[in-house]
Design a protein around this ligand. Sequence first.
Ligand SMILES: *Cc1c(COP(=O)(O)O)cnc(C)c1O
Length: 415
Amino acid sequence: MSYDDVREVDPAVADALVGERHRQNETLAMIASENHASEAVLEAQSSELTNKYAEGYPGERYYGGCEFADDVEELAIERAKELFGADHANVQPHSGSSANMGVYFSVLEPGDKILSLDLTHGGHLSHGHPANFAGQLYEVEQYEVDADTGRLDYESLRETAEEFEPDMIVSGFSAYPREVEWERIQEAADAVGAYHMADIAHITGLVAAGEHPSPVGVADFVTGSTHKTIRAGRGGIIMCDEEYADDVDSAVFPGAQGGPLMHNIAGKAVGFKEALDESFDEYAEQVVRNAEVLGETLQDHGFSLVSGGTDTHLVLVDLRDSHPDVSGGDAEEALEEVGIVLNANTVPDESRSAFDPSGIRAGTPALTTRGFDEEAMETVGDCIAKVVDNVGDAEVYAEVAATVEDLCREHPLYE
Ligand SMILES: *Cc1c(COP(=O)(O)O)cnc(C)c1O
């Protein structure tokens, strides 16, 4: 995109937009929740549909002139259903958090009880953190991962459920590197008569491609984001059985939202079409393989991984053993200086603060989009190790920054 029209009206914003494109081209995006959408998705998202009011659902709108809005939303819904094998899909949630809100509003009342994973163990704000609406509206109890293994402890989850008697169990996580056994969480939900919402925000693309077991058809509700491992532009999605379809639809609109962001729904339709192509399965497989290689490379350099490895698109590094004097924040800052962008993250049994925790989280979805293979990923792992081993060393930073620059040039992104 040229941004020529923006520049004519508003050079300051045009500068920032061009700056952001250069930043994405010239740095390694390793924030596990980020990806690079295709030009086709970006174009759809910036279409004239941004002008259109289409409150309601296809065929049942509160406004006239919705024939093309209907086409786009129907395509997005049909493709989502095909991708995930879902009975019903709602593609209107503005974000993953809004998708969760839609599910809560569909079957819970304020004061009802939610059981979810602790944020510092890999949960999400919208699963009931006190600073989030979910923590304010509902009574929340949390489960944890096993501090020794870094893995979900399904038995303890079930015991907590039997004691707490939640109305809903929430699964699905932001910083969990291992495969989730949805059936075991469903068993706990069944045992106490709770609903089960599986939030696959991080792994939407892996599930779509069959690289991670699917909770669709297992959990009552499945929510996801459309901009993380699937490259359909920023937004959320809800899937459920037909029996909950009306409740979910009316909880999203008019319950939680007004007019849908039709331009983003166009982006979702295009991104889902891309994800239905065989090449997306290969992409998702490569994402996981790249994460494995990244993890192994870091382990070879002496780093500890939470759970000892990964089955997904991300690794969670616990710096406490290998680098007791380097916090997650120190590592994040040092790596950003050389053009590797990732985030500090809490680890199970965290001993520092949430603001400057003991770990870093690194994901491979965005680098895989730009064509990184195992060999390139090993180089990235070497770069990360070198910087974290030598925090503050300007000479090392310059050397690694040059390698990062080469990697970016060899894997071009946006024109
Ligand atoms: C990223 C994420 C979400 C969605 O977040 P938004 O920023 O609201 O789109 C929801 N749940 C989990 C577990 C996530 O990791």
